[in-house]
Design a protein around this ligand. Structure first.
Ligand SMILES: [Zn+2]
Ligand SMILES: [Zn+2]
Length: 257
C-alpha cells in the first residue's frame, strides 16, 4: 500500500491568512501546509481521506489520477469544504465516487451542502453518481474488497472517525483517545496521528505531544507520523524533540508499507 500525505496542516493552514507563520520557519518548504488529507492506494483502489478546501490543488500537485472512494472523518470545514468538487470529479473520471461518513458527519454534510443530496444535475450536469454510504460509528466495513475498521474519538462537540486498513491507521482531530479505540490500534506498522498543538497544549479540541506520548506508550506502533500541524509547529524544531520512530508529516510525503 502507498500513502500520500496530500495535506499536513491544521484548520487554517500554514501559513494562515496574511502570511501568518507563527513559530514555523517560512524558509522551510516543509512548513507550508495545506489542510489535512491523505490518499491510500491499495489493491488497485484509490481512497481519499477527507476532502477539504485545498482538494483541487492537492490532487493536481500530487498528480492523482483516480479516486474510487472518499472517507470522511468529521464535519469541520477543513475536512469537507472540497466535497462540492466531487460531482465534477466524477464527470472527469467517468465513474461514480462512494463517499463514506458516519451518521453525525453525514448530517453535517447535508446541512452544509443540501443541494448535493437532491438532484445531481443541479450540482453538475452529466456527472456520475456520488454514492453516499453510512459508516458505522465503530466496527468493520469494506470498500469494494478493501476491509477496514472504523472507530470514533471525541473532538470538540463532535466525534471524529478514525480508520484502520491492515497494519496502518489514520487518526486525525482528536482530544482524547478512549480505551476501546486504543484496543483497535494495537500492532500497527504505521500510525498517522494528529498533533495539532505540538509542544503548546491548548484547550481547543486537539492533541499535543504530551497526549501523543501517553498514547504511543500504550499502543506502541512501529512508526508514527504526526500531522494536522498548526503554526505552533516548526518542522525542524519539533522533529528534533520527538521520540524515536516518530516523524513529522509534510505535504507530498509518500510512504510505502
Ligand atoms: Zn481539522
Ligand atoms: Zn476538526
Amino acid at each position: 500500500m502507498k500513502i500520500t500525505i496530500l495535506g499536513s496542516g491544521s484548520a487554517y493552514g500554514v501559513p494562515m491568512m496574511f502570511n501568518t507563520w507563527g513559530n514555523a520557519d517560512s524558509l522551510n518548504p516543509k512548513n507550508n501546509r495545506t489542510r489535512a488529507s491523505i490518499l491510500i492506494e491499495a489493491e488497485g483502489k484509490s481512497v481519499l481521506v477527507d476532502c477539504g478546501p485545498d482538494f483541487r490543488e492537492q490532487i493536481n500537485k500530487n498528480n492523482v489520477k483516480n479516486i474510487d472512494a472518499v472517507l470522511m472523518t468529521h464535519g469541520h470545514y477543513d475536512h469537507i469544504a472540497g466535497i462540492p468538487e466531487l460531482p465534477r470529479a466524477t464527470k472527469l473520471l467517468g465513474h461514480g465516487i462512494d463517499v463514506y461518513a458516519a451518521i453525525g458527519t453525514m448530517a453535517e454534510l447535508k446541512n452544509s451542502f443540501g443541494y448535493l443530496f437532491k438532484d445531481k444535475a443541479e450540482a453538475e450536469p452529466d456527472s456520475k453518481s456520488i454514492n453516499w454510504k453510512l459508516l458505522p460509528d465503530f466496527g468493520d466495513f469494506s470498500i469494494s474488497g478493501l476491509n477496514l475498521i472504523t472507530c470514533q474519538l471525541p473532538h470538540h462537540s463532535m466525534m471524529s472517525s478514525a480508520f484502520r486498513y491492515q497494519n496502518f491507521a489514520y487518526v486525525t482531530d482528536w482530544q482524547e483517545m478512549p480505551a476501546n479505540v486504543m484496543a483497535k490500534l494495537q500492532d500497527l506498522d504505521l500510525l498517522i496521528l494528529e498533533c495539532n498543538n505540538g509542544t503548546e497544549p491548548a484547550d481547543n479540541g486537539h492533541s499535543d505531544l504530551f497526549k501523543v506520548k501517553e498514547v504511543l506508550a500504550k499502543i506502541n506502533p512501529k512508526k508514527t507520523i504526526l500531522t494536522h500541524l498548526s503554526v505552533r509547529v516548526d518542522h525542524e524544531t519539533f522533529l528534533a524533540s520527538l521520540p524515536k520512530n516518530c516523524l513529522l508529516a509534510y505535504d507530498g510525503m509518500e510512504i510505502e508499507i
